[in-house]
Design a protein around this ligand. Structure first.
Ligand code: ATP
Ligand code: MG
Length: 437
């Protein structure tokens, strides 16, 4: 008989997340929270109220709103058939369509205009790279039922307030007007004529779009096309009187608030439902200009989705890109996991330590209780790593006198070695005072 070796246990396969879909780890949480709190504050300051719509919607909602001949609908949507009932569904690539759908479905505009905001994950099947992911997050605002350039100015001011709040200098505003549909039609005819005369210079994407959506050629990121695009007929030259007046009033309003902007006649948005005002906020992140926020007016959308006609404008901001910009503004120190770390001397004192930690939490303090036992030295290493300013030591002798020790952990506060015995019933109060000192 052969000597039997025990069968090698198969190592379970290591699982990883889906490409382009990121985990947000605790170390990043403070930055995320700072952004989320600033957003909530800015929205409140302008009277916007939060709406939460589902991540999954009927595919036709996006096809109808975003438009058939767009990057998103052509190649970026996570669409699937619900295996249980055969419905065609899509993970939302953006949230404007969902917000407008919900507003119509729940008749939110029955008593006048609504200012709404949202935040959450969006999904687009793109090639992942810095600032471009397959699951990413957007924050956005939608002003529904407001037609004038005053509402356009308001959403733009809201963005500026947010950049200021987040300490992000130098985020540049570019604006343009897409006019009304007949103006775009006339411009489109001129564009097609221009590009047709130069067909050989068009890349494959542009050739395909030449008749389906020539405006999108202007949005091309192909460097080889830029000179051609530069010379193309400009939409601003096709604007009628009303569109021009709207655009000029917006500019005057922005100037009145000392908000600098640049008119970029090549600026078009990736989605089909925009008219009149379009804008983008651009930040230089690591030396490269990146659009962190885009928005504008989309008056046709409510009616396109089956609602009573109502004008609308808004913006969507790429959260990961804003965070990237915040990071570039200077690193933040890793935050402490807690204020107080409770160590104790073995099992006999565990009950008392648990009890002390609970009382400290009752007093509103953030407390980690050492778990897993171990010697004092090992416990203090954990206490140090936690970032806590104070350690509480629950030990046998002192406990007999109904007291515990408070030890100052952070060097540089001139108290690195300080330790004091404190009666248990005064512990919470003592620590609260010590932390504000
Ligand atoms: P781009 O031209 O960069 O593809 P877009 O026109 O598709 O942008 P919008 O649909 O207007 O972008 O979305 C608004 C904002 O959301 C963008 O300005 C960007 O900051 C962010 N964003 C869009 N797509 C992604 C993505 N795949 N990953 C991270 N952020 C994104
Ligand atoms: Mg895109």
């Amino acid at each position: 008989m052969e000597p039997s070796t025990p069968p090698r246990k198969a190592q379970p396969e290591k699982l990883s997340g889906v490409r382009g879909m990121n985990d947000v780890l605790p170390a990043d949480e403070p930055l995320w929270r700072r952004l989320e709190e600033a957003v909530a504050g800015a929205m409140r300051a302008y009277g916007y109220r939060r709406i939460r719509t589902p991540i999954v919607e009927h595919t036709r909602l996006f096809v109808r709103s975003i438009g058939e001949v767009t990057d998103i609908v052509e190649k970026e949507m996570y669409s699937f058939t619900d295996a249980l009932n055969g419905e065609d569904l899509t993970l939302r690539p953006e949230n404007t369509a969902g917000v407008v759908r919900a507003s119509i479905e729940h008749n939110l505009l029955y008593d006048g205009p609504k200012r709404l905001w949202y935040a959450g994950p969006m999904f687009r099947h793109e090639r992942p790279q810095k600032g471009r992911y397959r699951q990413f997050h957007q924050v956005g605002a939608e002003a529904l039922g407001l037609a004038g350039p005053d509402a356009d100015a308001e959403v733009i001011l809201l963005c500026q307030r947010l950049w200021d709040e987040l300490g992000l200098p130098g985020v540049r505003l570019e604006i343009n007007s897409l006019g009304a549909s007949d103006e775009r039609r006339a411009h489109r005819a001129a564009l097609v004529e221009y590009f047709e005369a130069r067909r050989d210079a068009l890349d494959a994407d542009a050739q395909r779009r030449l008749h389906s959506n020539p405006l999108r050629i202007l949005d091309s990121k192909n460097p080889a096309m830029q000179a051609l695009i530069e010379g193309a007929p400009r939409l601003v030259d096709f604007l009628g009187e009303a569109s021009r007046a709207h655009f000029e009033r917006l500019q005057a309003l922005l100037r009145s608030q000392n908000l600098p902007f640049r008119i970029n006649p090549r600026l078009v948005r990736g989605l089909d439902y925009y008219n009149l005002t379009v804008f983008e906020w651009i930040a230089d992140i690591g030396g490269t200009p990146l659009t962190i926020c885009g928005g504008g007016r989309y008056d046709p959308l409510v009616e396109m989705l089956g609602g009573k006609p109502a004008p609308a404008c808004g913006f969507a901001m790429g959260v990961e890109r804003v965070l990237e910009h915040m990071r570039a503004q200077g690193g933040e120190a890793a935050p402490a996991q807690c204020e107080v770390y409770v160590v104790h001397q073995g099992d006999e004192t565990l009950e008392a330590a648990l009890q002390a930690a609970e009382r400290l939490r009752d007093a509103g303090l953030e407390v980690i209780l050492h778990c897993g036992g171990g010697g004092f030295k090992a416990q203090f290493r954990r206490a140090d790593a936690s970032g806590a300013r104070l350690a509480v030591i629950v030990g046998g002798d002192e406990l007999a006198r109904r007291a515990a020790s408070v030890k100052w952990l952070r060097a540089g506060e001139g108290e690195a070695a300080r330790q004091e015995s404190v009666p248990l019933e005064r512990l919470a109060e003592f620590i609260a005072d010590a932390l504000v000192a």
